[in-house]
Every structure is written in structure tokens, then in C-alpha cells.
Design a protein around this ligand. Sequence first.
Ligand SMILES: [Zn+2]
Length: 681
Amino acid sequence: MKSQWNDAAAREAIDAYAAKGVSEDIALRVYTTRLLGRDPLLVLHGGGNTSVKTKATDDLGHDHAVIAVKGSGADMADIEPWGLPAVKIEPLLELRALDTLSDEAMVNVQRLNLLDSSAPNPSVETLLHAFLAHKFIDHTHAASVLSLVDQPDGEALAREVYDGRMGIVPYIAPGFGLAKIAAEVFEQKPDVEGLILHKHGIFTFGKDAREAYERMIEMVSLAESRLRQGRPIVFPARPLAATPAAAAEIAPIIRGAAAIKMEGAEPVRFIAELRTAPEILAYVNGAELQSYSQRGVVTPDHIIRTKNRPLVVPAPEAGKLDDFAGAVRAAVAKFGAEYDAYFARENAAAGNTKTKLDSSPRVVLVPGVGLFGLGRSAKDASIAADLAENTVKVVTDAEAIGRYEPLPESDLFALEYWSLEQAKLKGAVVKPLTGQVALVTGAGAIGAATAKALAADGAAIAIVDIDGAAAKKAAAAVKGLGLECDVTKPEQVRAVFAAVCERFGGVDILVSNAGAAWQGRIGEVSDETLRRSFELNFFAHQAVAQEAVRIMLKQGTGGALLFNLSKQAVNPGANFGPYGLPKAATMLLMRQYALDYGADGIRSNGVNADRVRSGLLTDAMIAARSKARGVSEADYMSGNLLHAEVTADDVAQAFVALAKARKTTGHIETVDGGNIAAALR
Ligand SMILES: [Zn+2]
């Protein structure tokens, strides 16, 4: 590992922040905190923190000695000064005289002594930083250090590698007790350059930002060179099926099995993100996977994101997916029962004071395929996958030099159910479509607005369009997946559904929206025109619906098919036959899906919109048509019973309403401002 310190960049940070009234100490604290936060081998998703002891002035002009320490909710990779709340240090130091201090009291004292009452909560490791004498302190859960200390003889190994340069602190749960012990270890040998926290991580410190940071890099590098002495092949592989099933084929099975069925309500679904790096495959294909993968998390704070153990499922074989599905359901049930037993056992030991969290896995290991991270949102799934990938690295390196042995479950239970750890997950709002994956075809005005509206209600979004750039642009607006696809080509349809399954694990909502209008007097229209319109306005709807249903059936958690229909389907306009005829067929297609798949919990509905400014009804067409009728453009667009122009967002809201309407199927929602001639009967 190499130092990323750069004098010019450090200078730049000092100058840029000085212009905003931020001190040099804080500017440099921001600078090296980001250097640490941007290396995933050092810091992942909140797994680390930093501090600086400095001076700050309050509103009365009084100076205070403070510790500015990473606050919860701030990400080290792009931290700003607000993410380093300043706490008066004297009252914190006085706490050291106490024998015990409850977590609530610790948080209270920290908040009482903030200089800014609206600042985020200082890190749960604030007191540890405060009790150490150095000005700059850096803390990470570096992967290589964990490989070293997550061993039966981890403390001895750390002594050997660091040869007196680092203090070694036995494992104690984070909080007041750990802060006191760490300070005692430091004071026994005040010339140490940092501390190794057994089965937890590493602290380094220095008189300035550069020294603390570069000590972190050096100490982590020493661990890395010790690990390089390990065995080159760590996990002898076991023979797998000749043809393993594709990841996209099994993702919906896993995702469906992990979903929590709720009586009379939508299931609690998870997003599943696939990872397949070569090291992951070596790990999941190892003959001893059931042993090394089940020993527990590499550092305690991972447990709130990944639970203590991953779910291991059998290797899936191509063509035998029903067997695999049965095995996965059994494995999930066993996982849940074991989690419940673990909770009951440890909660009894803790005096039955805790409330159980859900029993679903957050990481799934699949021999021959890779690993899936599961989370209620795409972001949470990605975090779980990142932590699982990091775990693969730590365990592989640990096994290469010895035996991976993390903390026992009782210590981890305390962390999993520690109120201050759970507080890190607060703020994750559950919305009506949280956990659901929506695929929208067509990235025009209606498609983009619908993607946005579904995302606002919590769905993860994939949007496809024949114009790949348009799809990517619409997807970027909702942090979704944008893919190029000609929906009239079945092989392209299959490919994009597979990509969505690999990225999110499956599909719950299909908005089949892509379309185009062809015109012509029906007796004279060319056969080619009519057939082209049928390809896009009928057969493509069938192709995407068929693929969506195939995936929904594997998930076994129902789903919603939504079709963009047209007024032309019920109220044909002159010379619009080439458009209206396939749309009429699509309306019946919608009803056929409602009929054939209602028993599977798959609902099928359509939106019948009219006169919406979009790719089908362009500004030029609006100008021409209003002129032909001798009315203004505004009057033309609001020529309906309500005298109101229908917007793409109005149509989007109708799709969202139908996505949530649990007891509605075979229905057409009309969004046209009112048109009696086109009213359904
Ligand atoms: Zn830590």
C-alpha cells in the first residue's frame, strides 16, 4: 500500500478551506480522512473514523480546546468539515475517572459539549480518540490487519509483525470500556505509533495529519508483507456441475426465497446484487466453504449490514433449476431458524431486553456462480456485497497464513443489537415500493417520468430504450440501470432482463411503455407499415411481458405488469388504424395476462392516456393539429372535459398507483382529462 499524500493537494485543501473560514487543522483532517476513505482496503461504509485535537471559537468569542471527530452519517471518502463535529475535550477527559458509563450517558455528554447543537452525533469511538494524547488520530478496519488479528494467535502475530511499534489492545466492545483500556495500553508505552485492536482494527496517530496517515499506510503495508508469506492456493476447489446455471437464471430464485411473506400485504423484498470476481469464485468453490464461511464477520460493525453468517446454497446446475429452487427454499428456512435460535439464546443471556430483527440473510454464497449482497434498497444491497467481497479477501488471506477465527457469537450479538450500532441504520425510510425492481421500456417523456415516480416511491429502476444514451440519461436521474434494447428483438429483450437480474436480482414491476405511432388509411396502408407497427405496439409488449412473468414466477412473490395502451384502442381516430389495431390487441393482451396469472399474484393493468406531449406527440405535430382545427395550442392540448393539459407526470402517477393497487387486475386507468367518446364501457 502506497501513501497518497501530496504536498500540493494538501496545500490546495488548506487554501480552499481557509477561504471558507475553516482552520488548517480541519482542512488537513478533511484531506487525509478522504485519502483513507477512498481506499476500500482501508475503509468501507463507515468502518473507520478520524479526529484532530484543535481549538474552536463559540458564538461568544470564547476559545475552547476541542476534539473534532468523525460524526455519524458522514462518509470518509467525501467528508466535509460539517462531518467532523467539534466537542469540548475537557469534559470528555474527566469521564476517564469513572468506573462505568452507560452508552446513553456517553452520547449525552458528547452532545452536551458540542459547539454546534445541530452537528451530527460524534462517532461511538470518540472517547477512545479523546483519551489518546496525540493531535491527529486515524482509525480503520484495514483488511490486511484483520487477516492478521482474526486468528487464534492473532495477538502474538501482531506482536511479531509490529515488534513493539504498536500497542496491542485485547478485544473489548466499542464504547467507554474500550476507550479506557486503549488509553492504558498506550500509556504503558507512549512511544508506540499506534494501536492494534484485536479482532477489530487499527489506530495510528501523529503530531500532524501526514504522520498519522503515513503511519497507517506503513503499518498496513507491514501486515500485507506478512500475508504474502502465505500459501498461494488457499482453497482447494471441489468438483462442480459440468454446466453451472447462469447467474441471471438463479438470482430471482434466491431473491424470491429470501423475501419475507406478509399476511395480507406486500412481501418484504430485497434487492440482490451479484459479484463474481475471480477471488470470490475461488472462495465459493472451495471444498471447505461450509467451514470457513460460517465462522463470523471479520470486524464487529459489519454485522449490522451482513448478519453474522452468509447463506450458502448448493451449486446450481443448468436445466435443474426446480431442484435448485427447492434447495434454496430449504436453506433459507434453515438459516432463519438458526438465526432465531441464536437470537433466543443470546437474548436470554442478555436478560431478554432486545427486539429481534428479521431473519433473512444479507449475503448469499453460490458455488460456481459468485456471491449476492442483499438489501432493502439497491444501495444497501451494494453495501452488503462490498462487505462480503471484503470478507472474502480477509478470510482468504487469514487462511493463507493460518486459521481464520473471528470473535465468538456472544460478542457479536452485543454489537448487532447495540443501540448505537442500530442507530447507524436509522434514516433508511421504507417507502411503498422499497425492495421492488421496476423495468420500464421506452425512455421518452412518459417512460422517464414513470421511472422517476417509481423511484420516488422506493423502487430500484431499470430503463431500456432503442436509444441507449437516452436510457442511460433517464436511468442516471434515478440512480438506476440504463440499457440499450430494441424491444422488437426477443434476444435483446432476454439480454436486458438478464442484466437486470444480475444487477438487482429480478423484476417485480414491468412498465411496457415503448411505442411509436404509424398512420395511414387502413385500406391503403402498406403491409409493411402495419406489420412494423404490430411488431412494436403488440409483439414487443408480449415479449417483455412474457420475460417478466417468467422471472416473477421464479420469485414466487407476485408482480405487476403495466401496459401503456392508447385511446386508439377504444376510440379509433381516422387514419390511425396502423397504430390503433395493435394497441387494441395489446389491451386484450393485458386482460389475458390478468386472467392467466392472477392465481400467481401477478396483476396486469393498463394506462390509457391521450394527448400527452411526448415523442409520439411532438411539438411540431401539436402546432400542425391545433392549426388545422383553428384553435390555440393550449386549447388543443386541454381540449377535454376538465380543460386541463395531461402531462407525462400525470401518466406516471397512474402507473405508480396501479403498481401499488394490490386488489386490481385486468383494469384500464384512463388519463385523458375526460373524453366521453373514448370512455370505456
Ligand atoms: Zn472500529
